[in-house]
Design a binder for this molecule. Structure first.
Ligand code: DSN
Length: 456
């Protein structure tokens, strides 16, 4: 089990069940430390929105958060997000802005850039992308013209919307060719990647996606990109936190550019970032601003810097390794209960599960788990016979529960609770079995509270 404040945000022993009134009082006192004096002002000025903030905290604390792309960022990151840096216009880059008064935000951005370069061993970093999709848009802007061909993983096999899906700018403006997974191994079909690259000679080759449980062979992609004269781009949004924590190999030495979100395993604020080789730095900076974005979100950039410092601490390495150990335990314990892990398991923070063996759709599974206090998402599995809105699978991830301090014993229990919810309930929160499972979830999260209350 992870110990220590930096790893888990835990500050004290678990709380006992409280009356609703006492609970809200305690909530208010700890929230002062999360939001500063502003929370008091917010609650008197706008109780409606203050109530939403409190009830979201209540929701986070009351259930098991297994969305693979989410995490529980630290109070320090939240403090930077809720700061006056939000006020500042700072179009441009440190030392060359289009606005006066940028001396302090320049410092924040330069600190963040230096931390990102050091953490990832990168030549260059850009912290301004508002999101992962914005960072990805900048890559297209830097390297492609409309109509150019790109090669990426297909969305139903684990890719991402911005990798050439027809409903995204990337599929509308570019000619996207997609590779998938091998039917037997369910891992990336590297032979197909090579065949398609040689046939189409794409401008960009992309590795990465949203539902890939296995490590990616970056050296293979680098060599292939060199062979066909393509730029090699890694979308590392899902796993960059594991790279930061030195728990899995880094794509940075291999890729021309690596884009990512900052809020998944990395545990930073919601946003995007990119790191790249020096030769592409000026082109990518121009593609982020002024090609794709206007004013950067300086409060968010400061929060990214805070997070990068957290990720450089030894406790974060312990955390990243535990995220994987937990994901592996959860995947195998679900598998033992007939909820088959795609590829047979995971090397990362997430696993994808085929529910056909238990005769439940992804959509029903999401509803049944949700009614039992377990938050996860339905997901298409490779060669899925169901449409995406129904899907035959679920995706589960361990970033949040590991932040809460849970370990492999808790993963075994969670697998059992998921199995019970999926096979013995019907999505109705009033169902007696769902109520019983919710009680067990409450006990578990009570022992490992998210954002523990001061003095509890
Ligand atoms: N929407 C994210 C996810 O859940 O994986 C990817 O952008």
């Amino acid at each position: 089990m992870i110990q220590g404040d930096e790893a888990t945000h835990r500050v004290s022993a678990p709380a006992r069940p409280l009356s609703r009134l006492r609970f809200l009082e305690r909530l208010m006192s700890i929230d002062q430390t999360f939001y500063g004096s502003d929370f008091g002002q917010l609650s008197s000025q706008d109780p409606e929105i203050a109530g939403v903030l409190l009830s979201e905290l209540d929701r986070l604390r009351g259930g098991l958060q297994l969305i693979a792309s989410e995490n529980l960022t630290s109070p320090a990151v939240l403090a930077a997000l809720g700061s006056t840096l939000s006020n500042k216009y700072a179009e441009g880059y440190p030392g060359r802005r289009y606005y006066g008064g940028c001396s302090e935000v320049d410092k924040a951005e330069m600190i963040g850039i230096a931390r990102a370069k050091a953490l990832f061993g990168a030549d260059h970093a850009n912290l301004q992308p508002h999101s992962g999709a914005s960072a990805n848009l900048a890559v297209y802007g830097a390297f492609c013209q409309p109509g150019d061909t790109i090669l990426a993983m297909s969305l139903p096999h684990g890719g991402h919307l911005t990798h050439g899906s027809k409903v995204s700018f990337s599929g509308k403006w570019f000619n996207a060719v997609h590779y998938g997974v091998d039917k037997e191994t369910e891992d990336i079909d590297y032979a197909q990647v090579a065949t398609l690259a040689r046939q189409h000679r794409p401008k960009l080759i992309v590795a990465g996606g949203s539902a890939i449980p296995r490590l990616i062979d970056f050296e293979f992609f680098r060599n292939l990109a060199d062979e066909v004269g393509a730029i090699f781009w890694v979308d590392a949004a899902h796993f960059i936190g594991l790279v930061a924590g030195k728990a899995i190999p880094s794509p940075v030495p291999y890729a021309d550019v690596v884009t990512f979100t900052t809020h998944k395993v990395l545990r930073g604020p919601r946003g995007g970032m990119l790191v790249c080789k020096e030769e592409h730095a000026a082109k990518l900076d121009k593609a982020v601003f002024p090609m794709m974005q206007g004013g950067p979100l300086m409060h968010c950039i400061a929060a990214k810097a805070v997070n990068l410092h957290e990720c450089a601490q030894p406790a974060y390495e312990v955390y990243a390794k535990q995220v994987i150990a937990n994901a592996q335990q959860l995947a195998s314990s679900l598998g033992e209960r007939g909820i088959r892990p795609i590829t047979g398991g995971t090397d990362t923070h997430l696993s994808l599960h085929d529910l056909q063996g238990i005769g439940v759709t992804g959509k029903d599974a999401e509803a049944r788990a949700g009614a039992a206090g377990i938050v996860l998402n339905k997901n298409a599995i490779p060669f899925d016979p169901q449409p995406p809105n129904t899907a035959s699978g679920i995706r589960v991830g361990t970033p949040s529960v590991t932040t809460q301090g849970m370990g492999t014993d808790e993963m075994k229990l969670i697998a059992d609770l998921i199995h019970q919810a999926l096979t013995q309930t019907d999505g109705d929160p009033d169902n007696a079995k769902a109520t019983e499972i919710r009680g067990q979830v409450t006990d578990l999260v009570g022992r490992f509270p998210a954002y523990p209350r001061s003095g509890s």
